[in-house]
Design a protein around this ligand. Structure first.
Ligand SMILES: [Zn+2]
Length: 79
């Protein structure tokens, strides 16, 4: 009986350490990741689009959309 308790105790300790380690790793990279499952969606939002003029890839947030085409800057939009 005591042997079983010891085994369960060791397994629980290892399991706890593993979980804690995993949490600290993910917490270091992104604090909101654990709490907010939508953080993956946020990464997907940072989509890269190609400038129709010069071919440079820019984040979709920083790209200028004009007539259905993306441009990296106002210069490219004009040109
Ligand atoms: Zn451009």
């Amino acid at each position: 009986m005591i042997k079983w308790l010891l085994v369960i105790g060791v397994v629980a300790a290892v399991y706890y350490m593993f979980i804690k380690k995993k949490d600290s790793v993910s917490g270091a990279s992104a604090n909101t990741c654990k709490k907010d499952p939508q953080s993956k969606t946020d990464e997907a939002v940072e989509e890269m689009v190609e400038c129709s003029k010069c071919g440079v890839y820019v984040e979709i947030d920083e790209a200028i959309l004009s007539n259905g085409k993306y441009y990296c800057s106002k210069e490219c939009l004009k040109g």
